[in-house]
Design a protein around this ligand. Structure first.
Ligand code: ARG
Length: 577
């Protein structure tokens, strides 16, 4: 039973407002004394010709609002506050989690619909820096969230594999390239020769000419240049794939910018046919004055294409191939104007899918008093960040394991540190609204009591260990549907049940606003509520066996909620630590 919906049905029945509207208006009050659900009566003032306060007190007294699953209904100012029967609520919610396990929160909202999620999109031959980590982590999480809601998700990696820099790299590699180094650490080597090119270019204009020629040859499809470029691309991707694999990130399509170059003539023709293309200072542009945007350049004066034209071609490609209902670009906020222009051009060109394109932007990444041993000069790569986080986590859990005499092997500790260390980084990226800048600090992100992944994972592991211990002692958690579950009505228990009950809604909200933090916040609240319960109530001691079994069922539900919630964020849990 969906309690919110049941409340909505009751209100809709007596207030003469449609169910959907009521459902949308119902709030989850911030304080316990305001009930579990609240309906603001403002919306009824017009039809009922009364002040909201009066409506609220009249409705509160109505017989029709009584039900065995409601303990009481109260008017407070203009609000109608519903207090559910705790036992009935707990039984319902926990039964559902026990039945569905990790499928809890799964929905069919997106059945038959496709969402394209473009994320990561690093640049070939360049280090995978912490900004690319932001899009990778957000996009990975959003993909899983949409999937949970029943959407078909297409993960696209729009690799930056096109541009004049590849002409430079070809020239540089022929002059100074080290084969062995390229095979061993491709990006480090490519970066080295790229930097060298720029230094040498200052005194040697011939280098510039050579690079330009090589880029032209590449564009014209000359064999040797294409072969070198392909190698740079493949080797870079191989290196990126190590990171993706480490984080469990996958893609369905790796078409880079270069792929779309060949589709640009089609776009240019289409824009010309529609009379949208104009000449401006030699370049071909689409004017966007009516949208209060600067013109979007389609072809430069020398006839070469630009970033925006490749994006126009890519958007059409995505629609033609996937018939998306939504096309999401997880790209940093500095590119907001670029996407406004691209979407505006699509709209002017009458592309029906223009309105379904969304830029999901994010802020900057900063570091607070953190030293890194970086391979790539002063650029902090994701690999550096992950390695350092894992190393620090290892020290913490190792010390902890020694104090507790846990008997865990070093391999076990390392495996745990890998998951927790990665989780700590990932969580830092998803714990706040994505448009806010992120400040990394070891103290904050590795605080086992803070709003962190280590805290969530530790809560999970400790709860798992309680369940194991209980099993050893012969206690089985109460089953789905069991009356024992209605015993979970104490303040701490009920608070925890409520947080779990709101998880499906948090998943929906995260998708609706493309904000994984709406979910991370809920998971964190579940863990907080559970820990309050854990600190105040004994689970295994005492001799009320029925209560024990009910509480173990709560433990089980908390574990499932944390596991599925963190999974949707891209974080893995561990069974012990
Ligand atoms: N490769 C670009 C960068 O690193 C991001 C690509 C964004 N995606 C797009 N469709 N333009 O800045």
């Amino acid at each position: 039973m969906d309690f919110k919906k049941a409340v909505a049905e009751k209100v809709s029945g007596i207030a003469g407002l449609d169910l959907e509207t009521v459902n949308r208006l119902i709030e989850i009050p911030p304080q316990e004394d305001m009930g579990d659900f609240a309906f603001p009566c403002f919306a009824l003032a017009k039809t009922m010709h009364k002040a909201p306060n009066m409506i609220a007190s009249e409705l509160a007294a109505s017989e029709e609002l009584k039900a065995d699953w409601l303990s009481r209904v109260e008017a407070k100012g203009p609000y109608l506050n519903f207090f559910v029967d705790r036992g009935a609520f707990a039984k319902e919610v926990i039964s559902q989690v026990l039945k569905e396990g990790l499928d809890f929160g799964k929905a069919e909202d997106g059945a038959g619909k496709t969402v394209v999620v473009e994320f990561s999109s690093p640049n070939i031959a360049k280090p995978f820096h912490v900004g690319h980590a932001f899009t990778t982590i957000l996009g990975h999480s959003l993909s899983r969230i949409y999937e949970k809601l029943g959407y078909k998700v297409v993960r696209m990696n729009h690799l930056g594999d096109y541009g004049t820099q590849f002409g430079k790299l070809i020239t540089a590699f022929r002059l100074w390239g080290d084969e062995e180094a390229l095979e061993k650490a491709p990006i480090t080597e490519l970066l080295r020769i790229y930097v060298k090119f720029h230094e040498e270019e200052k005194n040697d204009p011939e280098l510039t000419t050579s690079a330009r020629e090589n880029f032209k040859k590449l564009e014209d499809g000359c064999e040797e240049e294409v072969a070198l470029w392909t190698r740079f691309r493949d080797l870079s991707l191989k290196e990126f794939n190590v990171l993706y694999e480490r984080m469990g990130v996958t893609f369905d399509n790796y078409n880079g910018e270069s792929y779309y170059s060949s589709l640009i003539p089609g776009i240019v023709d289409m824009l010309r046919e529609k009379g949208l293309l104009e000449e401006s200072e030699g370049a071909q542009v689409v004017k966007l004055d009516d949208k209060k945007l600067p013109p979007c350049i389609i072809l430069k004066s020398d006839g070469t294409t630009i970033y925006a034209s490749r994006d126009l071609a890519a958007a059409k490609y995505r629609y033609d191939n996937y018939h998306f209902d939504k096309n999401i670009y997880v790209v940093g906020l500095p590119q907001a104007l670029h996407f406004q222009q691209v979407f505006a051009v699509l709209e002017k060109a009458g592309m029906p899918f223009a309105k379904d394109c969304v830029h999901v932007g994010f802020g900057l990444v900063k570091f607070q008093n953190m030293k890194f041993s970086t391979r790539e000069g002063n650029i902090v790569t994701l690999e550096d960040l992950l390695n350092e986080s894992v190393a620090k986590t290892y020290e913490i859990i190792k010390a902890n394991a020694e104090t507790r005499n846990s008997g865990m092997s070093d391999d076990q500790l390392r495996e745990i540190a890998e998951k927790v260390g990665l989780g700590a980084v990932i969580y830092t990226y998803v714990k706040a609204g994505r448009e806010r800048d992120i400040i990394f600090s070891w103290d904050t992100m590795l605080d086992f009591e803070g709003d962190t992944a280590p805290y969530l994972i530790y809560t999970y592991a400790r709860t798992k260990s309680i369940l194991r211990k209980a099993a050893e002692q012969g206690f089985v958690p109460a089953e789905a549907g069991s009356e024992l579950l209605s015993k979970l009505s104490g303040d701490e228990e009920f608070a925890c049940v409520k947080m779990i009950a709101d998880l499906p809604d948090a998943i929906r909200k995260a998708a609706a606003s493309n904000e994984p933090f709406m979910l991370s916040r809920q998971v964190s609240q579940i863990a907080r509520a559970y820990n309050r319960f854990y600190n105040n109530c004994s689970i295994l001691s005492g001799d009320d066996e029925e209560q024990k079994r009910a509480r173990l069922a709560l433990c089980q539900s908390v574990c499932d909620s944390i596991e599925l919630g963190t999974y949707l964020l891209g974080i893995s849990v561990v069974d012990q630590m």
